[in-house]
Design a protein around this ligand. Structure first.
Ligand SMILES: Cc1ncc(COP(=O)(O)O)c(C=O)c1O
Length: 382
């Protein structure tokens, strides 16, 4: 970053994204070195240096971790980032490395649908799990004596938002650690550590990498001791990213600002178009001025994400709508350059109505996408 001449915290997001994590230029070497495929590294004599065995460290991860750290916490050299095989590997590494039997943890009741599975496992290990919805900072009510507060803001799939700064302050006053799932916002949309969190945790499978072709997760944290425990957990469980995925992720981060700005602006245009339709209820997008979460979102987010949620009157109508779309694939996940949507109730894990749709807006031309959505709504009408 130094060659921009402005310091890492002064440059714009596009500049930061294209340069994130790049090594100092070396004559005849590529700008971004290729993936290092190695199970083990030459290691004569004493065990010294970072690279000894491929489950512990890899030079391709190092560059990616540096890149993510520069986006999550620009200019903060004391921050450490660790990459994982998936978002769930990253989430589990924080929860299971920081909590002990007898501890209490607060989880969102409306978070990502694998959290109830995590909850069951935490409880099996003797950890007390409390839940509260994301909206209205409801987690404040159940913080008393907790060891860790887990925030997912915006939440998936309901897109509620909580006041991260307020919750972090309250949690710290009680001695609790704070982790924020930053998947939906991406580090260009929200910087949880600046808002007071101890960990920013995310699935890099989504908009961070944005092409729907890899799984990845990461944890960024500033407490060296806590991060040492997270690193130890990665070593024990071996939930590591392959070097090819790590390299693809790093390559993709270069276009994060371009993708996010395009996709997020189109998501707002789609939401505005949906707002005019009488058959739509429960429309949510944190960037919509009338959204219940917009005021808090505007305080802490710099971009509002590419996901829009809404409900059609019945399951049958939602299924017909999805089938009628030409430019939007019926698929799960979100954040990719190709638009996707799904009837979330088909998984059975989210507390949502049968006609609830989560739509992830891609990089198609906005007018094409809006036209496709409106046409599919017309064609799927009873
Ligand atoms: C908010 C959120 N966190 C975590 C995850 C898990 O990420 P991964 O699928 O990369 O394990 C997801 C996946 O959809 C998610 O939406």
């Amino acid at each position: 970053m130094s060659d921009t001449g402005k310091g890492p915290d002064r440059v714009g997001d596009g500049t930061r994204a294209v340069r994130a994590g790049l090594p100092e230029p070396v004559k005849h070497e590529p700008t971004l070195p290729g993936p290092v495929f190695a199970a083990h590294f030459h290691l004569p004599g004493e065990v010294t240096g970072p690279y000894a065995y491929g489950r512990d460290d890899n030079p391709t991860w190092t560059l990616l971790e540096r890149a993510i750290g520069e986006l999550e916490a620009p200019g903060q050299d004391d921050v450490e980032t660790l990459v994982f095989a998936s978002g769930m590997a990253a989430i589990s590494s924080v929860l299971f490395s920081q909590l002990r039997a007898g501890d209490a943890v607060v989880l969102p009741s409306d978070g990502y649908q694998a959290l109830p599975l995590v909850r069951a496992q935490l409880e099996a290990y003797g950890i007390e799990v409390r839940t509260a919805p994301t909206g209205g900072d409801a987690q404040l009510e159940v913080l008393d004596g907790a060891r860790l507060l887990w925030i997912e803001s915006p939440s998936n799939p309901g897109l509620d938002v909580c006041d991260i700064r307020r919750l972090a302050r309250a949690a710290h006053a009680q001695g609790a650690l704070v982790a924020v799932d930053n998947t939906l916002a991406t580090p260009l949309g929200q910087r949880p550590l600046e808002l007071g969190a101890d960990f920013s945790v995310a699935s890099g499978t989504k908009q961070l990498t944005g092409h729907g072709d890899l799984l990845l997760g990461y944890v960024t944290g500033r407490d060296a001791e806590a991060m040492a425990a997270v690193r130890r957990w990665r070593k024990i469980v071996g939930a590591i990213s392959g070097p090819m995925e790590a390299w693809l992720a790093h390559r993709s981060i270069a276009t994060l600002q371009l993708r996010a700005d395009r996709q997020n602006a189109t998501a707002l245009a789609v939401a505005e178009a949906l707002r005019q339709r009488p058959e739509i209820s429960g429309l949510r997008h944190p960037g919509l001025p009338g959204d219940p979460a917009h005021k808090v979102a505007a305080q802490q987010m710099r971009r509002y994400g590419c996901v829009v949620s809404f409900t059609l009157p019945t399951r049958a109508r939602a299924e017909r709508f999805l089938e009628a779309l030409h430019l939007v694939e019926d698929a799960t996940s979100f954040g990719g350059v190709r638009s996707t949507a799904e009837r979330r109730g088909r998984w059975g894990g989210d507390p949502v109505p049968e006609g609830f749709i989560r739509m992830s807006v891609g990089a198609e031309d906005p007018e094409d996408l809006v036209a496709d959505v409106l046409r599919a709504l017309d064609e799927s009408a009873d």
